[in-house]
Unconditional design. Structure first.
Ligand SMILES: [Ca+2]
Ligand SMILES: [Ca+2]
Ligand SMILES: [Ca+2]
Length: 224
């Protein structure tokens, strides 16, 4: 009976799937979302238009931050429903002459902090250097900003570092900013985001799974 009980618990635990709820989404095509504050502004996606994966491509406008190091774009969410973890997705563009971590002047970094803790620190070699974020690259070409430099973009929706992050607080803050001793900002280097999405995941509490297990075991007992 102990073996059977363990099997029932295991099989029912499989049903305790995370239930996702989208708590924020913006494609930046109808103005600045109220939840977004700080530095930056709306601009046309220009040559990035259509780049991306099915159903998740650059369209209309994006949000570009061409500020100096550590000048932040901030998303603040409040009154989140009960949850155990959070997942973040967005399209990320490295615009103009990024110099990687080993070009000149370098390093150039894109950062994402979640509730004040750094989760992403990424770079791109658009003009010099050779270290490039090894993510889901969706664009490499001249998208139409300043100078002859090519621009690069990634779909961050499958980046494991920002999926199912343990989180239970009712508020969430995302800070997007550049940094690094080589950061030149302005028309030299900037970044942009589009299709920003935040999902909270709710996994049923262990108590709920336990109750289900007892019910399942009782059902099995009746069938024997
Ligand atoms: Ca857009
Ligand atoms: Ca540069
Ligand atoms: Ca630089």
């Amino acid at each position: 009976m102990k073996t059977l009980s363990a099997l029932v618990v295991l099989s029912l635990a499989g049903f305790a799937q995370a239930q996702p709820t989208q708590v924020f989404y913006s494609n930046f095509d109808s103005g600045q979302p109220a939840e977004l504050t700080g530095y930056g502004g709306l601009e046309s996606v220009a040559g990035f238009a259509g780049a991306g994966n099915t159903g998740d491509t650059f369209t209309g406008d994006l949000w570009r931050n061409d500020g100096t190091a550590s000048v932040k774009t901030t998303l603040t969410l409040t009154n989140l429903p009960a949850h155990n973890s959070v997942s973040v997705g967005f399209l990320l563009a490295f615009i103009d002459s990024w110099d990687s971590t080993n070009g000149s002047p370098a390093p150039d970094w894109f950062n994402l902090d979640i509730d004040g803790t750094n989760f992403l620190q990424l770079t791109s070699a658009n003009a010099s250097g050779n270290v490039i974020y090894a993510g889901d690259q969706i664009y490499w070409g001249g998208a139409g900003w300043n100078g002859a430099w090519w621009d690069r973009a990634f779909d961050m929706g499958n980046e494991a570092l920002i999926q199912s992050i343990p989180h239970t607080a009712s508020t969430l803050t995302l800070d997007f900013y550049a940094s690094g001793d080589g950061w030149q900002a302005g028309i030299d280097e900037s970044f942009a985001i589009d299709n920003l999405e935040v999902i909270v995941n709710k996994v049923p509490a262990p108590g709920a799974v336990g109750a289900l297990s007892i019910l399942g075991l009782a059902a099995l007992r009746r069938r024997r």
